[in-house]
Design a protein around this ligand. Structure first.
Ligand code: 13P
Ligand code: SF4
Length: 368
């Protein structure tokens, strides 16, 4: 299980409190340090970051794009405005002499925390005892690096929400069964879209004896899904879709595949954050679109396209509170530390985890 406090103890609090600088001063200093450090530091930002932070990003993207970009950079410092697993991925894909910095070490991911290496090892041994068929493990990139190492060690791959279909296709061509973790929804939604019926999928729940499965269920299943989910995307429900269909039948509904099966089936379209952004961009003027994904992205799209009516599918604010932990003040602490050549909150994956993880990351990048 990820221990968010283990990386650094003294780096935990930002050195920029309200008594020192007000919000405006923080933003001004961020701009001036960004300019000063432009040859040393590059800033990556996930689409779910708040506007106050994303404005400083040199590169914005979904998980796949940010992983690809991290592998191409030359700056000594990569400041990652996102969550822990993304910064770990960037560290593994970046060069030896580069340092990846996560402005708040508490920016984790509740879904990633739903599967740890011990649980995966236990499930894997049990599943293998109950089937002769070859199982290929695939992990969603939203996981601890130790799980990426697991798939690397066991001839599996990593996927993101943009390339899950291609990776799962590869996995099912390489073996007879798929073990997919930690997000059951992405696994189920993608496999169903590929023509695999729900009856061929089972859910392994690590909190139950033998995952809550019988030996026969394992033998019969094509796909074994891990019982994990994103609490932000689980906030969108079929009721939200039904009530919108009644009140505004002309509104198009697009959701992220981390949403539940009912929600993805009830929506008009589903795809990663980049997919959603493209779909909104391509939609004609005057379009009404309700989106089932994190609120910062939905609000940004609404502001960017004043000629379209972009709303959240949920009346409640579906906010990723861990993404939201990266605040301008934390970013400023990171910039100041780089300026002092004493970087803080450096994410560094140990070599023994990095080597097998890279095997799986490289495989993903090759497949897609
Ligand atoms: P993408 O960036 O792949 O769309 O995934 C969204 C997400 O939940 C990231 O944590
Ligand atoms: Fe994790 Fe969900 Fe937040 Fe993405 S949106 S970082 S999956 S909790």
């Amino acid at each position: 299980m990820l221990n968010l406090f283990e990386d650094k103890k003294d780096d935990f609090l930002p050195d920029v409190d309200e008594k020192q600088l007000n919000d405006e001063q923080v933003i001004n200093e961020l701009w001036s340090l960004k300019k000063k450090l432009k040859d040393e530091m590059i800033i990556l930002g996930h689409h779910y970051q708040q506007d106050d932070v994303i404005q400083f990003a040199d590169i914005t993207g979904d998980s796949l794009k940010l992983a690809r970009e991290a592998a191409k950079l030359d700056h000594p410092y990569i400041v990652f405005c996102g969550v822990h697993f993304m910064a770990e991925t960037a560290d593994m894909l970046s060069k030896e002499n580069q340092k990846v910095i996560l402005p708040d070490l508490n920016a984790g991911c509740s879904m990633a925390d739903m599967a740890n290496r011990e649980q995966i090892d236990k499930a894997w041994s049990w599943l293998k005892e109950h089937t002769e068929e070859k199982i290929i493990p695939v992990t969603y990139i939203n996981c601890d690096a130790k799980l990426k190492a697991f798939v690397g060690e066991n001839d599996g791959s990593i996927c993101t929400s943009s390339n899950a279909e291609e990776v799962i296709k590869w996995a099912l061509n390489s073996g007879e069964k798929l073990m997919f973790f930690p997000d059951q929804h992405l696994g189920r939604n993608t496999c169903f879209k590929m023509g695999i019926p729900l009856e061929d999928m089972v859910v392994y729940n690590p909190n139950m004896l033998n995952g809550g499965l019988t030996s026969q269920q394992v033998k019969d299943a094509k796909v074994i899904l891990w019982y994990g989910y994103c609490s932000v995307h689980q906030g969108f429900t079929k009721d939200h879709i039904d009530s919108l269909r009644k009140s505004s039948p002309e509104t198009k509904i697009i959701v992220h595949p981390e949403c539940s099966f009912d929600v993805c089936q009830g929506a008009d379209d589903a795809g990663s954050t980049s997919y959603i952004i493209n779909a909104v961009d391509k939609s004609p003027k005057g379009s009404q679109i309700a989106i089932g994904t994190e609120i910062n992205l939905v609000n940004r799209l609404n502001a960017k396209y004043p000629d379209k009516n972009i709303t959240s599918l949920s009346p409640y604010q579906c906010l990723c509170t861990t993404m939201y932990r990266v605040r301008p003040r934390w970013l400023l602490s990171s910039f100041r530390a780089i300026d002092r050549s004493q970087p803080i909150n450096v994410i560094s994956v140990p070599e023994e985890i990095k080597i097998p993880s890279l095997k799986a990351l490289d495989r993903m990048l090759e497949i897609t």
